[in-house]
Design a protein around this ligand. Structure first.
Ligand code: ARG
Length: 437
């Protein structure tokens, strides 16, 4: 079953065999592996390295393996070193000695590199789709809730905004994330197949042919880089980390907003859970888990960076460690985006509570100062005057707009009746945020 038994006198220890094997996780690359091999065979035929009939039997054999795996007739498992060994051994079992010609002018180093690139590219495209769905969900929720809410800095009520504007901030973040993924796809779009172990091959192979067959823009420039480059995984893991960071911030807000202290939103039962002891509890577990899983996705990025950092050129077995990190990071971010979309499409916004929070948070204090500035008071002086007005209102237990004109005038004689219109929240929004929507 070994691809490399020839130069060995002793059997590999069972301990080493298990330790070395990546089949349990790289079996996920079975489709890419077959696709890459079929492209390789077609190139070998085109370059006159394999006979046409030979190529046909090998390709058909590979296609048969794929069909059997997909149909559940062939289970991926056993004492194989990795998915590549599994495929080659099973091909030989199926078509006989001719199967042994498949690996001509190829190494597992360029084989695994091309498999991973294809896998990364397809899944990055899938993720672009998931992100688009999240963007659509956010836009829908925002449009349906163009209502006033307090905007915060330092988590203290600051100025009036709309729930729509708040949500569209996340729309901007996830739009950038989508662009980052598209950019990563563009950079990774080169085929390492044909780099062989590290130095290419003396065979006159056609790397452009395999690159084209496999949907890559072109072959990689440099053989040694081609087999040992994992930048594309790092770039994607870093995109995933930034997406998670954005989702974690949003989760944190959803958790706060659904608390009794804020009561700005009601999370749907579908995305909440209860407590085993406290009957009244409804917990925002979905948002908390997204926030929690962010650490795990960052972990994969750091782990991968650390794995690669000390490696001399070219391939080293350390690189096998890229898979579990990348797969886990990909699966986690995919699941989190889907749950986030689900949570956002089912939550309800309490616009009345948001309005109340705006009213008693002095969120028009800045506009009172702007008013004074319009009447000729210097901004720094206006700032001080409004500070005193806020203390006065706090003592009295009222909102600024609830003061009478006489009370306003006690702070500065330039106040006139138009102050009320000027600091009305809807008017503020019309002049500020809404103007730019
Ligand atoms: N399972 C290996 C990996 O994922 C495949 C490449 C093995 N290459 C080698 N020279 N041992 O990296």
């Amino acid at each position: 079953m070994k691809l490399w038994g020839g130069r060995f006198k002793q059997e590999e220890s069972k301990l080493m065999e298990d330790f070395n094997s990546s089949l349990s996780f790289d079996k996920r690359l079975y489709r890419e592996d077959v696709k890459g091999s079929i492209a390789h065979v077609s190139m070998l035929v085109k370059s006159g390295i394999l006979k046409k009939e030979e190529g046909k039997v090998i390709s058909d054999g590979l296609a048969g393996l794929l069909e059997d795996i997909e149909a559940g007739r062939l289970e991926i498992g056993g004492d194989y070193e990795d998915i590549h060994s599994f495929m080659e051994s099973n091909l030989i079992k199926r078509i006989g000695d001719l199967g042994k010609k498949l690996h001509t002018a190829r190494s597992r180093n360029d084989q695994v590199a091309v498999d991973m690139r294809m896998f990364a590219k397809d899944n990055a495209k899938m993720l672009e789709g998931e992100l688009q769905e999240l963007l659509d969900t956010i836009k829908k929720l925002a449009d349906a809730n163009n209502v006033i809410m307090p905007g915060y800095t330092h988590l203290q009520r600051a100025q009036v905004v709309t729930f729509k504007h708040h949500m569209m901030a996340y729309y901007s973040m996830f739009s950038r994330d989508k662009k980052r993924i598209a950019n990563a796809i563009e950079i990774l779009d080169e085929s390492p197949l044909g780099c062989c172990a590290l130095a290419g091959t003396t065979y006159d192979i056609d790397r452009k042919h395999t690159a084209k067959e496999l949907g890559f823009k072109k072959p990689v420039e440099n053989f040694m880089d081609g087999v040992s480059d994992r930048d594309y995984l790092l770039e994607l893991c870093s995109c995933f980390s930034i997406i998670m960071m954005h989702m974690s911030r949003l989760s944190e807000e959803l958790i706060l907003w659904s608390s009794q202290e804020f009561k700005f939103i009601n999370m749907s039962d579908e995305f909440s859970t209860g407590s085993s002891i406290m009957p009244q509890k409804k917990n925002p577990d979905a948002a908390e888990l997204i926030r929690g899983k962010t650490g795990r996705v960052y972990g994969s990025l750091i782990s991968l960076l650390t794995t690669i950092k000390g490696l001399p050129l070219a391939y080293n077995k350390d690189m096998q460690e890229d898979k579990e990190q990348f797969f886990d990071s990909l699966d986690t971010v995919t699941a989190c985006i889907r749950v986030m979309s689900g949570m956002l499409s089912t939550l309800k916004v309490n616009s009345e509570n948001m309005k109340k929070a705006v009213k008693y948070g002095f969120l028009n204090a800045t506009e009172v100062a702007d008013y004074l500035v319009n009447k000729g008071v210097a901004f720094r002086d206006a700032h001080g005057i409004v500070g005193e007005i806020v203390i006065y209102c706090e003592d009295k237990g009222c909102a600024i707009e609830e003061l009478s004109l006489d009370e306003f005038k006690r702070f500065n004689p330039v106040f006139e009746n138009d102050i009320f219109e000027f600091i009305d929240y809807d008017n503020i929004l019309k002049k500020g945020i809404k103007k730019y929507l």
